[in-house]
Write a new protein. Structure first.
Length: 206
């Protein structure tokens, strides 16, 4: 299995990135491949960092041959996605929104249908808009037909919308625990739904 960690923070080593990297051990201990994607690095290569609907339907011509195209190709093969964002005014970062707006072609291809998705958010305060940022990420994933899960796991608890943490996460043991529970849930459900994705992708290529 392939599990992607998508960092929507412009800081490649900030708190959001640290939480995402912390899930690597969970993913790899389950025998899956973990790949970390830094959204801001891909957006820097583009002349215009946000979607302008340059073609309708989307043909992906605006990012052809770039790192962004490589990331989207990985997403086409993925079994699970753990998406992370810092909280910007109670929602996701502009970087993550710009990145996801560019996935129009993936949606037309139904490339992410039945891919398992989970979200984590980091705020500057304990109650700093993390849950509304999580819901924004959930909506983005649901619009792609993904299977969205929270951070519940049998030996932890039933969970919540996803993992919420406070910056700096190095001092937030609770936030780390929730991120690990989220990763375990994503991996577990991705494993259980592998055949479903295989059938979906086979149908999409006919």
């Amino acid at each position: 299995m392939l599990i992607l960690a998508i960092n929507g923070s412009p800081r490649p080593s900030g708190s959001t990135a640290q939480l995402l990297w912390a899930t690597r051990e969970v993913v790899e201990s389950a025998g899956a491949t973990f790949v970390f994607l830094q959204v801001s690095e891909a957006l820097k290569e583009l002349k215009v960092p946000y979607c302008t609907v340059c073609s309708d339907p989307c043909r992906g011509k605006c990012y052809a041959g770039t790192r962004l195209e490589e990331m989207f190709n990985l997403m086409r093969r993925s079994d699970g996605i753990i998406m992370g964002s810092p909280v910007y005014f109670s929602t996701v970062s502009s970087h993550l929104k710009s990145f996801w707006d560019r996935t129009r072609l993936l949606r037309r291809e139904m490339a992410l249908l039945n891919v398992v998705g989970g979200a984590l958010a980091v705020g500057g305060a304990r109650f700093g808009g993390q849950e509304t940022a999580l819901r924004a990420m959930h909506d983005m994933m649901l619009c792609q037909g993904m299977t969205v899960v929270g951070d519940g796991y049998p030996d932890v608890d039933a969970g919540h919308q996803g993992a919420c943490a406070q910056d700096p996460v190095a001092g937030d043991a609770w936030g780390l625990q929730r991120a690990l529970a989220l990763a375990r849930r994503v991996v577990e459900v991705a494993e259980a739904t592998r055949e479903l994705r295989a059938r979906t992708r086979k149908s999409a290529t006919r």
